[in-house]
Ligand binder design. Sequence first.
Ligand code: URA
Length: 272
Amino acid sequence: MRHDFCPGYPAPYDALVTDYPDETTYPYDSFRVEWGPIFHRGRLDGSARVLVIGQDPATEEDVTRRILVGTAGQRVQGLLTRLGITKSYVMINTFLYSVYGQSGGTSHLKDAGIVAYRHQWLDTLVEHNDFDAVITFGTLANEAFTAWAATPSGQVAALYQAALLHPTYPESAAASGQQSESSAFRVLLANWNKALPGLGAAITHTDQPATLKRYGYTFKSTDYTPIPEMDLPAGLPTWMRSTELWANRTGRTTDDKRATLTAAVPADLRAW
Ligand code: URA
């Protein structure tokens, strides 16, 4: 049986993944540098029409080595599907490594080394693609993109941007006690619904007709789109692209938990 796979990092991206910031730029007290950098997901062959900017990688991404693969990624993939984009996209995160602790992201967003490397990626992507739109997810991604948009290359590109709430906003808002999860889902999906017409008008090159179907008050199972096989390194099993959670940080102590990732085949996907 034939399989699609992500071919990796062709020129000029090979230079970006050869020389990337380490713990001297991303300090251990604010980032999970020990799990390595995770650079992107999607097309690096110049065919991307939509640029997605997320925040930072989570557990599933640590294993698959591509960003926005877990719950957040499948919600984003579902939004792209509504916009008629099934393959012509590329995604990067605001941060190369998972944020560790509450304020790690906010306090390092504008660090010179972090910004410089992020701008190298944005400059390269914009030079080699013809983007119809940029979608930023969350405050930090919006601020990161806004800072780049003010640079000379950002001003020349003058890209259409939709600044959306982060796909896991409901879980974060509920965990911080700001609001109930159900009301936060309503807020998130109202925010995404509002952006649909503008994005629909901006994205003139789609892979299939856009439906621009409005979301309800919460995500339905059909609002999640599994991650395409062509986005992940060769040979990854199908369950790693499924809409189920399969990776967790586990351990008795804070230190063990930071050091340990448990990946398990979801119970209903055990074919043996
Ligand atoms: N995973 C990512 O890669 N980025 C996010 O913003 C969230 C989860």
